[in-house]
Design a protein around this ligand. Structure first.
Ligand code: NDP
Length: 463
């Protein structure tokens, strides 16, 4: 089921103020005509890079934009698995190894029926800049499958994960490519995949992150993306508005890993989270979401968010997802999926007083929604900055695995907070240096790009 994703076309006719950037975009659009999400992500990044390209002629001379928009490697493979009744199914698996200029490819595995090459390429492309922003040595990659984990038994999930890893294992490695979780891939799936990797390769290495705590996982990895989102948002509120979460009404979409731990941290920082959702609908609890109820439904029973109203009868459930953006709030943290806020939803958010949007999901706002935030002066933290806490903590997990050592929860959490605050300042400083002060989208794209660009220039071109 597609859920609430709004299908949108790419914009092959985007216009840029620089001839070189225009030529690169036109060429990417011509070569990838059926990849709207990928084109959307490329268009947004290229637009921000116009002033950088104008200041640094070596970018055009060395074809850096042409190279950075083409994956180093894109693997597609068949995944055959057997259901509990003996029926045989075939899914499509992907791993896109986008850029390894600053470290091994790193990025999650998405299991969702909407997965296709365009979605994996958009996620892998975004991951290059996000990973660079963390300041840690990790390149960009992404993978997944159009397999739908919903309604499958544990043993069906296990057989799928084993079959998926049977092929994936030949392309990854602790110093080559280190996948992690994403939509549909949590601790259970990582466990089944890791078991199969170990079986086939006879090695116990940090080849996946998001592992269980007793076999190489990092404390605070589960919480990292949601917590990190709130750390960055809090720093943005403090520095740009002399404000905080205290006393603010917060709306968060999704009810998965990111949404749950964003709810936990936003509440701890004094905010009141009043709504959560899934791909069927949303709950509204004006008294503030009771997170223990949500965790029991989602993490213990793997249920649906509508079950919340059985435990909290004063809350209401509404079918459909976009209605969540009609709930008045000060802060919105979209944490479900791409393109979940379009221009019309953004207009309603702003009209109802929302003054801050920080993205937990990848690319949850359409370009039209971003234009609405910018026109209204909404504080806006784009995904590649705001949700980088997950991959940053994954890189800390890799570090602990290499040392054969574990840090405490407090140690990892403190490093995460420092990294997220650092990302805010890197984005802000880059926006200022390139004449767009306070535009964190431009700042994130520029700061993330510069480090990768330097490494690509230093590493030369293979003739
Ligand atoms: P989960 O699978 O744990 O949860 C996803 C949530 O989003 C579920 O509530 C799901 O509802 C909802 N959702 C998924 N697809 C759709 C859809 N098409 N329409 C509406 N709702 C949908 O995933 P995560 O919480 O891990 O990921 C959420 C987002 O955050 C993704 O964009 C992911 O790429 C991004 N992200 C995640 C990181 C992590 O560490 N986990 C790191 C960085 C980014 P349902 O159950 O009905 O499908």
């Amino acid at each position: 089921m597609q859920g609430c994703i709004r299908n949108r076309k790419g914009k092959p006719s985007m216009k840029f103020k620089n001839d070189y950037v225009q030529r690169v975009y036109d060429s990417v659009a011509a070569r990838n005509p059926n990849e709207p999400e990928f084109l959307q992500a490329v268009g947004e990044v290229l637009e921000s890079l116009v002033p950088v390209v104008e200041k640094n002629p070596s970018i055009e001379k060395n074809a850096i934009l042409e190279r950075i928009t083409e994956p180093e490697r894109a693997i597609q493979f068949r995944v055959t698995w057997m259901d509990d009744q003996g029926g045989v199914h075939v899914n499509r698996g992907y791993r896109v190894q986008f850029n390894s200029a600053i470290g091994p490819y790193k990025g999650g595995l998405r299991l969702h029926p909407s997965v296709n090459l365009s979605i994996i390429k958009f996620l892998g492309f975004e991951q290059i800049f996000k990973n660079s922003l963390t300041t840690l040595p990790i390149g960009g990659g992404k993978g997944g499958s159009d397999f739908d984990p919903k309604g499958k038994s544990d043993t069906e999930i296990m057989r799928f994960c084993q079959s998926f890893m049977t092929e994936l294992q030949r392309h990854i490695g602790a110093d080559t490519d280190v996948p992690a979780g994403d939509i549909g891939t949590g601790a259970r799936e990582i466990g089944y995949m890791y078991g199969q990797y170990k079986r086939l390769r006879n090695e116990f290495t940090g080849v996946l992150t998001g592992k269980g705590l007793s076999w190489g996982g990092s404390l605070a990895r589960t919480e990292a993306t949601g917590y990190g989102l709130c750390y960055l948002t809090a720093e943005m509120l403090r520095c740009m508005k002399n404000d905080s979460f205290a006393g603010k009404t917060v709306v968060i979409s999704g009810s998965g890993n990111v949404a749950i731990y964003a709810t936990e941290k936003a509440t701890e920082l004094g905010g009141k989270v009043v709504a959560l959702s899934d791909s069927n609908g949303y709950i509204h609890d004006p008294d503030g979401i009771k997170l223990d109820v949500v965790k029991e439904i989602k993490e213990v029973r793997r249920g649906r968010i509508k079950e919340y109203v059985d435990a909290v009868p004063t809350a209401t459930y509404h079918e459909g997802c976009s209605g969540i953006w009609t709930i008045p709030c000060d802060i919105a943290l979209p944490s479900a999926t791409q393109n979940e806020i379009d221009g019309a939803s953004a207009e309603i958010l702003v009209k109802n007083g929302c003054f801050c949007v920080a993205e937990g999901a990848n690319m949850p706002s359409t370009p039209e929604a971003i234009a609405v935030y910018q026109k209204a002066g909404v504080l806006y933290a784009p995904a590649k900055a705001a949700n980088a806490g997950g991959v940053a903590t994954s890189a800390l997990e890799m570090c602990q695995n290499s040392m054969r050592y574990s840090w405490t929860f407090e140690e990892v959490d403190a490093k995460l907070k420092e990294i997220m605050e650092g990302i805010f300042h890197a984005c802000y400083d880059a926006s200022k240096e390139y004449g767009e002060e306070g535009d964190l989208m431009a700042g994130a794209n520029i700061a993330g790009f510069l480090k990768v660009c330097d490494a690509m220039l230093a590493q030369g071109v293979a003739y």
